[in-house]
Write a protein of this length. Structure first.
Length: 515
């Protein structure tokens, strides 16, 4: 009896309703599972990286399925929580799963279709008249057979290759094919180390004898010996090549000479773009009486409700309350998502959180290079538990990250309209989607603001959300007194100094006088 054929419904990064069914070959069956990326053909010559949505044995009756071309991942890049959130967003905001997929993954994890130009050996140029430009393109292609458009432009020295290629396609001299390229490339750096122990006196003497007429090579060697002795046995001995060249005057040629003589080894290593983060932990500040009471009330509200609104006036110290609540979640082994509107994601709040939580904080921001966002995504997804980010500080797109053990979501400045994605689809509100994400994880959501949105305040007042109010500033500092100047009256009396009223000028002079 033949084995039943396995089928998969996949999500394509296209604004098309529903999922599309492909069949899985028997040799791929063990590699596929929901959330894995696969390459599929869609249309005549377009290839896409799709996400496996469901696996089943139901053969479609209406059409003949195409095969899955390749499986890209050893493990899913989308977890079950993310797929559930995608479904909710597609349904609630009336868009397609493909549009949600396109918005969710960093570009580096979405494969792009790159056009390749292919020479046709059967083409007979004697039967077709070619222009000088077309002949040039064809001569280059005849030598190379297949070239990308950019490579073709570089080799011919022409910037207008696209219309020429189009003309040659019409004359059937060439064809184009779609090949997939991975947009994410790991960052690599060269490292060097000595091939012997600096304590090996005999080898050391032999090498110095060998290098007696190469002073620049000796300088590099001395620097490496000094560094290895300083680093001790805990180090693997490798140091960045750039650092070595910067610290010595030898240059690349003497270093190459040492490598050729087998005195030094050089190797390329993959390094993180995220950068080294301080492990220094400055601890958390003690809360004031008002902050402590607010914090206790939030915990109390979380005992009964999924969402609490912290209505705290400006400079009341809401961030310190957040830090205490984050600390409690990390102690439980949970993750925290700290959302900020685009305009509020300043270096000040990043430094404040990193000063307390060190390298457990990851920052996810649309203005960061895509490769950095890929690394944050992969660190959440792939790294062992001890290396994962536990706190993500980010903007609205952070809700799409692969959280596995979310315990708390903080939406700071919850009233800001930048939480709303207006264009393109999905046109979602990150605050509301974050509340749903937290619910899926069994986590709590804290909305913080000095000026609550009407809908959040209404939900809090009628008891759907918990409400905690903090109406005193940090250290009981008084709110500034606000006076309103009558510009119209001052203009009538011709008392204005440029754009300033006399009252403003006098008040500023008095404030400066009082230091």
């Amino acid at each position: 009896m033949s084995e039943a054929k396995l089928y998969t419904d996949v999500i394509l990064p296209l604004p098309l309703p529903g999922a599309f069914t492909y069949h899985v070959d028997s040799d791929q069956a063990a590699e596929v599972e929901p959330g894995t990326r696969v390459i599929v053909q869609f249309g005549r010559r377009k290839y896409y990286s799709a996400i496996i949505y469901k696996l089943h044995y139901d053969e479609p009756k209406e059409y003949k399925t195409k095969p899955v071309q390749a499986v890209l991942d050893n493990q899913p890049v989308i977890n079950s929580f993310q797929l559930r959130l995608w479904e909710w967003i597609a349904q609630y905001y009336m868009c397609t799963l493909g549009e949600v997929y396109k918005a969710s993954l960093p570009s580096g994890l979405k494969l792009e279709s790159e056009t390749k130009v292919v020479y046709q050996p059967a083409f007979d140029e004697h039967n077709v008249s070619l222009t000088e430009k077309e002949s040039l393109i064809l001569d280059v292609l005849e030598d190379e057979n297949v070239l990308g458009l950019k490579e073709l432009a570089d080799k011919t020295g022409r910037k207008d290759v696209l219309p020429i290629v189009n003309s040659l396609m019409n004359k059937e001299a060439i064809t184009v094919e779609e090949k997939l390229k991975d947009a994410y490339k790991p960052r690599k750096e060269s490292f060097v180390k000595l091939n012997f122990s600096p304590e090996d006196e005999q080898t050391l003497n032999q090498i110095f004898e060998q290098l007696k007429n190469a002073p620049k090579q000796v300088e590099i060697l001395m620097y490496l010996i000094k560094l290895m002795r300083h680093q001790g046995s805990d180090s693997d001995g490798f140091i960045p090549r750039q650092k070595l060249l910067k610290e010595t005057s030898g240059g690349t040629s003497p270093l190459k000479g040492l490598i050729d003589k087998n005195v030094v080894t050089q190797e390329e290593r993959e390094i993180s773009r995220i950068g080294e983060q301080s492990r220094e932990n400055l601890g958390i500040k003690d809360l004031t009486t008002a902050q402590r009471e607010a914090c206790d009330l939030i915990r109390e509200q979380f005992g009964e409700k999924e969402v609490a609104l912290l209505h705290g006036i400006t400079s009341s110290g809401k961030t310190e309350i957040y830090i205490h609540l984050i600390w409690e979640q990390l102690e439980k082994g949970n993750q925290v998502l700290y959302l900020l509107p685009e305009i509020a994601l300043t270096s000040q709040i990043i430094h404040r959180l990193k000063a307390v939580f060190g390298d457990r904080v990851g920052v996810y921001h649309s203005k960061f290079p895509d490769n950095e966002r890929v690394e944050v995504y992969q660190k959440l997804l792939n790294q062992k538990e001890s290396d994962k980010f536990q706190v993500i500080l980010g903007v609205r797109s952070s809700i799409f990250l692969p959280f596995s053990s979310l315990g708390l979501v903080i939406v700071d400045e919850e009233h800001e309209n930048t939480y709303k994605q207006f264009d393109p689809a999905p046109r979602y509100h990150a605050r509301d989607a974050a509340i749903m994400l937290a619910r899926m994880h069994g986590a709590k959501t804290l909305l913080g603001t000095a000026t609550p949105s009407i809908e959040s305040y209404y939900n809090a007042k009628r008891g759907k959300y918990g409400l905690v109010e903090l109406m005193t500033r940090y250290l009981d500092i008084q709110l500034p007194r606000i006076l309103i100047g009558d510009i119209l009256e001052a203009k009538k009396k011709k008392e204005m100094s440029s754009h300033f009223t006399p009252m403003l000028i006098e008040s500023m002079e008095e404030a400066l006088k009082n230091r």
